[in-house]
Design a protein around this ligand. Structure first.
Ligand code: SF4
Ligand code: SF4
Ligand code: SF4
Length: 231
């Protein structure tokens, strides 16, 4: 059990497997201990999807498609719906986000034979350099979150890049975050204690998928109160 999880469970006195209040202090401590990818890194982008606020409208997916010119048939972000839960008429659904987790220890980067898959040392964003990608699909096979695909137009590997080129460079939030009508998505710098992202992580219990693999994903989820939990 990691430290953040132990703190949460101790504080709540409740045993809920897989949940944690993400410890920003732990992040900083890890940095000081040299565990992090780059301890001098002052920006490390992450995202939270609050499943309690999500209404499954898919505005995020459509905005992503438009802004990043994602072709039909593939997607950088998917909102999965499960349910209904409960008895009619008191039924509810769970909406969970599936997209790149921007892993700090990214399997896709490790297996790429050309260096096309990489972690940006300035932002922590996991990117794809289409000029170096040969379409071998090693990264697609290695990703435990199944979020990579071959772009049918470019014939190179593609996935969410937190809108680095299309939005962040213009000083904007990612397109999905801007489009979300319920503010279910929060994006920001996990190294900035004043960021809305860090305040959200401090105020709500979150979980991350497949942390047991050691990938250190930076997509956090606030689990829906109703419905199942899929890790
Ligand atoms: S979620 Fe998959 S594509 Fe994204 S960084 Fe992790 S291994 Fe790579
Ligand atoms: S951050 Fe950008 S690329 Fe990633 S899912 Fe949102 S809109 Fe798409
Ligand atoms: S836009 Fe917001 S509310 Fe709509 S599906 Fe995406 S995350 Fe959920």
């Amino acid at each position: 059990m990691d430290i953040s999880k132990r703190h949460f469970l101790t504080g709540c006195g409740t045993l809920i497997a897989g949940f944690s209040i993400y410890s920003v202090a732990k992040e900083l401590a890890e940095s000081e201990a040299g565990v992090s990818v780059d301890q001098t890194q002052t920006i490390k982008y992450a995202m939270v999807h609050d499943e309690n606020l999500c209404i499954g409208c898919n505005a995020c997916e459509q905005a992503c498609r438009q802004v990043n010119h994602v072709p039909d048939g593939v997607s950088r972000v998917v909102i999965n719906r499960t349910g209904p839960f409960g008895e009619y008429p008191d039924q509810s659904y769970r909406f969970s986000r599936k997209s790149c987790q921007h892993c700090e220890d990214a399997p896709c980067v490790k297996v790429c034979p050309t260096g096309a898959a990489y972690i940006d040392s300035e932002t922590g964003i996991v990117g794809v350099n289409p000029d170096k990608c040969v379409g071998c699909q090693y990264c697609i096979a290695a990703c435990p979150y199944q979020v990579r695909f071959i772009n049918p137009v470019t014939q190179t590997a593609d996935k969410c890049d937190f809108c680095r080129e299309t939005q962040l460079k213009l000083g904007k939030q990612p397109a999905c975050v801007e489009a979300c009508p319920t503010h279910a998505l929060v994006f920001g710098n996990i190294r900035d204690p004043e960021s809305e992202l860090v305040k959200t992580l401090k105020s709500k219990p979150t979980y991350r998928a497949k942390t047991d693999l050691g990938t250190r994903p930076k997509l956090f989820h606030v689990s829906t109160i109703d419905g199942e939990i899929v890790l």
